[in-house]
Design a protein around this ligand. Structure first.
Ligand SMILES: Nc1nc2c(ncn2[C@@H]2O[C@H](COP(=O)(O)OP(=O)(O)OP(=O)(O)O)[C@@H](O)[C@H]2O)c(=O)[nH]1
Length: 241
Protein backbone atom coordinates (compact mmCIF):
# COMPACT_ATOMS: atom_id res chain seq x y z
CA UNK A 1 0.00 0.00 0.00
CA UNK A 2 1.16 3.48 -0.77
CA UNK A 3 2.04 5.42 2.38
CA UNK A 4 0.67 8.62 0.95
CA UNK A 5 -2.42 7.22 -0.79
CA UNK A 6 -5.83 6.88 0.82
CA UNK A 7 -6.09 3.84 3.15
CA UNK A 8 -7.40 0.71 1.49
CA UNK A 9 -6.58 1.79 -2.06
CA UNK A 10 -3.91 0.02 -4.10
CA UNK A 11 -0.92 2.19 -4.94
CA UNK A 12 -0.79 3.37 -8.54
CA UNK A 13 2.17 4.88 -10.39
CA UNK A 14 2.31 8.66 -9.98
CA UNK A 15 1.48 10.67 -13.10
CA UNK A 16 4.68 12.12 -14.55
CA UNK A 17 3.55 15.67 -13.70
CA UNK A 18 3.78 14.86 -9.98
CA UNK A 19 7.21 13.20 -10.09
CA UNK A 20 10.03 15.18 -8.45
CA UNK A 21 12.26 16.90 -11.01
CA UNK A 22 15.41 15.00 -11.96
CA UNK A 23 18.56 16.15 -10.21
CA UNK A 24 21.38 17.87 -12.02
CA UNK A 25 24.84 17.05 -10.80
CA UNK A 26 27.16 19.99 -10.30
CA UNK A 27 30.88 19.77 -10.82
CA UNK A 28 32.67 22.55 -8.97
CA UNK A 29 35.97 23.31 -10.66
CA UNK A 30 38.28 26.01 -9.32
CA UNK A 31 40.61 27.85 -11.66
CA UNK A 32 43.73 29.21 -10.00
CA UNK A 33 47.01 30.83 -10.98
CA UNK A 34 48.83 34.15 -10.94
CA UNK A 35 47.09 37.40 -11.76
CA UNK A 36 46.82 38.11 -15.48
CA UNK A 37 47.35 34.55 -16.76
CA UNK A 38 43.86 34.52 -18.29
CA UNK A 39 41.62 32.68 -15.82
CA UNK A 40 38.69 35.00 -16.43
CA UNK A 41 39.12 34.78 -20.19
CA UNK A 42 39.32 30.97 -20.16
CA UNK A 43 36.23 30.54 -17.97
CA UNK A 44 34.32 33.16 -19.96
CA UNK A 45 35.34 31.50 -23.18
CA UNK A 46 33.98 28.14 -22.00
CA UNK A 47 30.74 29.48 -20.51
CA UNK A 48 29.90 32.29 -22.92
CA UNK A 49 31.59 30.84 -26.01
CA UNK A 50 33.72 33.88 -26.74
CA UNK A 51 36.68 35.93 -25.60
CA UNK A 52 35.50 38.78 -23.33
CA UNK A 53 35.61 42.31 -24.72
CA UNK A 54 37.45 43.50 -21.65
CA UNK A 55 38.42 42.13 -18.27
CA UNK A 56 39.44 43.58 -14.95
CA UNK A 57 41.33 41.93 -12.13
CA UNK A 58 38.99 39.53 -10.34
CA UNK A 59 38.11 40.51 -6.80
CA UNK A 60 37.42 37.53 -4.59
CA UNK A 61 35.78 35.09 -6.98
CA UNK A 62 33.49 35.04 -10.00
CA UNK A 63 31.27 32.12 -10.87
CA UNK A 64 30.45 30.96 -14.33
CA UNK A 65 28.24 28.01 -15.14
CA UNK A 66 27.28 25.98 -18.11
CA UNK A 67 25.11 22.94 -18.64
CA UNK A 68 26.62 20.19 -20.70
CA UNK A 69 25.39 16.84 -21.85
CA UNK A 70 27.68 13.94 -21.11
CA UNK A 71 26.54 10.52 -22.26
CA UNK A 72 22.92 11.55 -21.92
CA UNK A 73 23.26 13.13 -18.48
CA UNK A 74 22.92 16.88 -18.08
CA UNK A 75 25.67 18.16 -15.82
CA UNK A 76 26.27 21.66 -14.57
CA UNK A 77 29.90 22.71 -14.78
CA UNK A 78 30.46 25.46 -12.24
CA UNK A 79 33.73 27.29 -12.77
CA UNK A 80 35.11 29.34 -9.90
CA UNK A 81 37.29 32.04 -11.39
CA UNK A 82 39.47 33.06 -8.46
CA UNK A 83 41.47 36.23 -7.98
CA UNK A 84 45.17 35.88 -8.70
CA UNK A 85 46.13 38.92 -6.68
CA UNK A 86 46.81 38.13 -3.06
CA UNK A 87 45.05 41.27 -1.78
CA UNK A 88 41.83 40.22 -3.56
CA UNK A 89 41.94 36.62 -2.33
CA UNK A 90 42.55 36.80 1.39
CA UNK A 91 39.01 36.94 2.69
CA UNK A 92 37.65 34.38 0.23
CA UNK A 93 40.29 31.73 -0.02
CA UNK A 94 38.77 29.21 2.39
CA UNK A 95 35.50 29.28 0.42
CA UNK A 96 37.18 28.35 -2.85
CA UNK A 97 38.36 25.03 -1.55
CA UNK A 98 35.12 23.79 -0.03
CA UNK A 99 33.60 20.84 -1.91
CA UNK A 100 35.96 21.20 -4.84
CA UNK A 101 35.73 18.47 -7.46
CA UNK A 102 38.65 19.50 -9.66
CA UNK A 103 41.38 22.12 -9.93
CA UNK A 104 42.66 23.85 -13.05
CA UNK A 105 46.09 25.47 -12.59
CA UNK A 106 46.78 28.18 -15.16
CA UNK A 107 50.05 29.82 -16.16
CA UNK A 108 50.83 32.21 -19.01
CA UNK A 109 53.24 30.73 -21.57
CA UNK A 110 54.59 34.24 -22.21
CA UNK A 111 55.33 34.86 -18.53
CA UNK A 112 57.94 32.60 -16.91
CA UNK A 113 57.18 34.04 -13.50
CA UNK A 114 53.61 32.73 -13.67
CA UNK A 115 55.04 29.26 -14.34
CA UNK A 116 57.48 29.57 -11.44
CA UNK A 117 54.51 30.52 -9.26
CA UNK A 118 52.79 27.15 -9.77
CA UNK A 119 54.36 25.34 -6.78
CA UNK A 120 52.88 28.00 -4.48
CA UNK A 121 49.40 27.32 -5.88
CA UNK A 122 49.90 23.59 -5.47
CA UNK A 123 51.01 24.21 -1.91
CA UNK A 124 47.89 26.31 -1.24
CA UNK A 125 45.77 23.37 -2.39
CA UNK A 126 47.68 21.06 -0.07
CA UNK A 127 47.16 23.44 2.85
CA UNK A 128 43.44 23.35 2.17
CA UNK A 129 43.44 19.57 2.38
CA UNK A 130 42.76 18.87 -1.27
CA UNK A 131 43.51 15.18 -1.61
CA UNK A 132 45.09 13.38 -4.51
CA UNK A 133 41.64 12.06 -5.46
CA UNK A 134 40.73 15.56 -6.69
CA UNK A 135 41.69 15.72 -10.39
CA UNK A 136 44.05 18.54 -11.38
CA UNK A 137 45.09 19.80 -14.75
CA UNK A 138 47.69 22.27 -15.90
CA UNK A 139 46.85 24.85 -18.54
CA UNK A 140 49.42 27.03 -20.32
CA UNK A 141 47.44 29.95 -21.74
CA UNK A 142 48.13 32.65 -24.40
CA UNK A 143 49.64 30.28 -26.97
CA UNK A 144 48.48 32.69 -29.68
CA UNK A 145 51.40 34.97 -28.70
CA UNK A 146 53.85 32.66 -30.44
CA UNK A 147 56.71 35.14 -30.63
CA UNK A 148 56.67 35.84 -26.91
CA UNK A 149 56.72 32.32 -25.49
CA UNK A 150 58.93 32.01 -22.40
CA UNK A 151 57.79 28.60 -21.14
CA UNK A 152 58.52 25.76 -23.55
CA UNK A 153 56.31 22.72 -23.86
CA UNK A 154 59.01 20.30 -22.65
CA UNK A 155 59.65 22.08 -19.39
CA UNK A 156 55.91 22.43 -18.77
CA UNK A 157 55.35 18.77 -19.60
CA UNK A 158 58.09 17.74 -17.19
CA UNK A 159 56.44 19.77 -14.44
CA UNK A 160 53.02 18.31 -15.27
CA UNK A 161 54.39 14.77 -15.28
CA UNK A 162 56.10 15.27 -11.95
CA UNK A 163 52.74 16.28 -10.46
CA UNK A 164 50.73 13.64 -12.34
CA UNK A 165 48.69 16.24 -14.14
CA UNK A 166 47.72 16.42 -17.80
CA UNK A 167 49.11 19.49 -19.57
CA UNK A 168 47.10 21.56 -22.05
CA UNK A 169 48.54 24.48 -23.95
CA UNK A 170 45.90 26.76 -25.35
CA UNK A 171 44.70 30.27 -25.97
CA UNK A 172 41.50 31.75 -24.60
CA UNK A 173 41.73 34.27 -27.41
CA UNK A 174 42.34 31.96 -30.32
CA UNK A 175 41.66 28.53 -28.84
CA UNK A 176 41.49 26.54 -32.05
CA UNK A 177 44.61 28.03 -33.49
CA UNK A 178 42.36 29.95 -35.85
CA UNK A 179 41.80 33.68 -36.29
CA UNK A 180 41.95 36.31 -33.55
CA UNK A 181 38.20 36.00 -33.07
CA UNK A 182 38.75 32.56 -31.64
CA UNK A 183 36.81 30.74 -34.32
CA UNK A 184 39.28 27.98 -35.03
CA UNK A 185 38.45 24.62 -36.54
CA UNK A 186 38.25 23.03 -33.10
CA UNK A 187 37.76 24.61 -29.73
CA UNK A 188 40.57 23.61 -27.43
CA UNK A 189 39.23 25.46 -24.38
CA UNK A 190 36.01 23.51 -24.76
CA UNK A 191 37.92 20.25 -24.90
CA UNK A 192 39.89 21.09 -21.77
CA UNK A 193 36.91 21.63 -19.49
CA UNK A 194 34.97 18.80 -21.05
CA UNK A 195 37.89 16.48 -20.40
CA UNK A 196 37.73 17.43 -16.73
CA UNK A 197 33.97 16.87 -16.70
CA UNK A 198 34.41 13.43 -18.27
CA UNK A 199 37.00 12.54 -15.70
CA UNK A 200 34.64 13.60 -12.90
CA UNK A 201 31.70 11.75 -14.37
CA UNK A 202 33.75 8.58 -14.53
CA UNK A 203 34.41 8.88 -10.81
CA UNK A 204 31.98 8.06 -8.01
CA UNK A 205 28.65 9.92 -7.91
CA UNK A 206 29.07 13.36 -6.40
CA UNK A 207 26.86 14.79 -3.72
CA UNK A 208 26.15 18.34 -4.84
CA UNK A 209 23.06 18.49 -6.97
CA UNK A 210 20.01 20.58 -7.62
CA UNK A 211 16.72 20.17 -9.47
CA UNK A 212 17.34 20.42 -13.20
CA UNK A 213 14.59 23.00 -13.66
CA UNK A 214 16.51 25.61 -11.64
CA UNK A 215 19.60 25.18 -13.78
CA UNK A 216 20.10 27.55 -16.68
CA UNK A 217 18.91 26.39 -20.07
CA UNK A 218 21.23 25.69 -22.92
CA UNK A 219 22.79 22.28 -22.56
CA UNK A 220 25.37 21.57 -25.19
CA UNK A 221 26.39 18.32 -26.68
CA UNK A 222 29.69 16.82 -25.71
CA UNK A 223 30.58 15.88 -29.23
CA UNK A 224 31.30 19.54 -30.00
CA UNK A 225 34.96 20.30 -29.59
CA UNK A 226 36.09 16.86 -28.51
CA UNK A 227 37.75 15.89 -31.74
CA UNK A 228 41.21 16.94 -30.69
CA UNK A 229 40.83 15.22 -27.32
CA UNK A 230 42.25 18.16 -25.42
CA UNK A 231 45.70 18.21 -26.87
CA UNK A 232 47.00 14.74 -26.22
CA UNK A 233 47.44 15.34 -22.54
CA UNK A 234 48.74 12.59 -20.33
CA UNK A 235 48.74 12.23 -16.60
CA UNK A 236 45.45 10.63 -15.55
CA UNK A 237 45.69 7.39 -17.42
CA UNK A 238 41.93 7.14 -17.99
CA UNK A 239 40.16 6.26 -21.17
CA UNK A 240 38.08 9.43 -21.30
CA UNK A 241 41.05 11.74 -21.34
N1 LIG B 1 46.80 37.27 -26.28
C1 LIG B 1 46.07 36.74 -25.30
N2 LIG B 1 45.69 37.51 -24.26
C2 LIG B 1 44.96 36.92 -23.28
C3 LIG B 1 44.59 35.56 -23.32
N3 LIG B 1 43.88 35.29 -22.21
C4 LIG B 1 43.82 36.42 -21.51
N4 LIG B 1 44.47 37.42 -22.15
C5 LIG B 1 44.63 38.80 -21.69
O1 LIG B 1 45.36 38.76 -20.47
C6 LIG B 1 44.87 39.77 -19.58
C7 LIG B 1 44.46 39.14 -18.26
O2 LIG B 1 43.40 38.25 -18.47
P1 LIG B 1 42.41 37.81 -17.28
O3 LIG B 1 41.55 36.73 -17.82
O4 LIG B 1 41.73 38.98 -16.70
O5 LIG B 1 43.46 37.24 -16.22
P2 LIG B 1 43.17 36.61 -14.77
O6 LIG B 1 44.07 35.43 -14.62
O7 LIG B 1 41.71 36.34 -14.62
O8 LIG B 1 43.63 37.78 -13.78
P3 LIG B 1 43.18 38.06 -12.24
O9 LIG B 1 41.70 38.26 -12.24
O10 LIG B 1 43.94 39.30 -11.83
O11 LIG B 1 43.61 36.87 -11.43
C8 LIG B 1 43.72 40.46 -20.30
O12 LIG B 1 44.22 41.65 -20.90
C9 LIG B 1 43.31 39.48 -21.38
O13 LIG B 1 42.77 40.11 -22.52
C10 LIG B 1 45.00 34.78 -24.45
O14 LIG B 1 44.75 33.59 -24.58
N5 LIG B 1 45.75 35.42 -25.40
Amino acid sequence: MSESGPPGEPSAPLPSSTLPPPRTRIFKIIVIGDSGVGKTCLTFRFCAGKFPDKTEATIGVDFRERLVDIDGETIKIQLWDTAGQERFRKSMVQHYYRNVHAVVFVYDVTNASSFRGLPAWIEECRQHALGSEVPRILVGNKCDLRDSVQVGTDVAQQFADSHSMPLFETSAKSPGGGGEDGRGSSDHVEAIFMTVAHKLKSQKPLVLSQPAETAAAGAVNLSRGREDGGGGARGWGCSSC
